[in-house]
Design a protein around this ligand. Sequence first.
Ligand code: SAM
Length: 287
Amino acid sequence: MLDRATPSVTKKLMKKYNLFPKKRLGQNFLLDRNVLIKIADSCGIASHEYVVEIGPGLGGLTQELSARSRGVLAIEIDTSLEPALMELASENNNVTFLFQDVLKVNIEAELRRAFKLEQMVPYQVCANIPYNITTPIIFQLLEECPNMQAATLLMQKEVGDRILAAPGNKEYGRLTLSTAYYADVKHIMNVSRNCFYPQPEVDSSVLRLIPNKIKRYPVKNEEIFRKLLLVAFQKRRKTILNITSGFFNISKEETRNILTEIGLKEELRPENLSIEDVIRLVNAFVQ
Ligand code: SAM
C-alpha cells in the first residue's frame, strides 16, 4: 500500500488530481509516518472499535486508523480531494468518506449511517484538525458527542497550551475551563512545524481528551455555565463580584454574601478560579 505521508507520494497525488494545499481550509499535511504512528498508537484503538477522523486531507492518518480499527468515518469538507481519497477507500474497505463541513453534521448520526449500526456504539475521534476551526470542533466534540470515548487531536501548540494552562496564567481562560469541565486532558506529544507540508508558522501538539461521563461536580445548569464563562473572559480584568452581580442581575450586597458563603474572595478575577471554584459559583447562584 502506498504511504500517503511522504513528500513524493503527496506531490504525485497532487499532480495527478490537480490539487494544491488550501490555506483557508487549514490544509497542512502531516508528512511524517513515525509521528502518525505515534498519534494512532496513543489512541489505543481496539480492533472492534470505530473511529471518526476530521479532515483526512490526503489520507496519511486515515491509513493508520484503518489498520487499527473496525471502521473509519472520515469527514472532509474539500470535495476536490474526493478522487484521491476514493483511491484510498478502494484499497481499505473499512473506510468511508463523508464530504461535508464537520461543523454542520451530527457526527454520531453519520457514524451510525455510514456503518449501518442499529444502535450507537462507543467510538473514538482522532484527527489533525484544521487550524482555523480548532475551538469550534473541540466544543462540538465535547458538547454534542455523548458516546465519544476519547478524542486525540493534533492542534496548534498555542491552543494546546491554552487547554492545559494553570490558573493565573495568561493562557488560562474559557477553553481551559470548558475542556476541564467536560474532559480529562492528557498531553501526548509536540510536533515540529517541519513535519508538515506546507510548513505552518507554528508548532503543534497532540492532546487526548477523555470525556468524564459521570461528573464529580456537575453544574446545575450547563447553559448558564457556558454563558458565564463567555462573559467572564471577555472582561478578565473585572472582579468576580462585578461579573457575577451583573451576570445574575442581583445587588452587589447580595452577591457579596453568596461569595462569602462559598468561600470565594470578591476581588478575585476569572483567571484565578479553578474549575471547582467556577462550578461552586454557578451552583450557588442558580436555583
Ligand atoms: N489529516 C490530514 C493530515 O494529517 O495530513 C490533513 C489535515 S489538515 C491540517 C486539515 C484538513 O481538514 C484538511 O484536509 C481540510 O480540508 C479539512 N477541513 C477544513 N475545514 C473542515 C471542515 N469544516 N470540515 C471537515 N474538514 C475540514
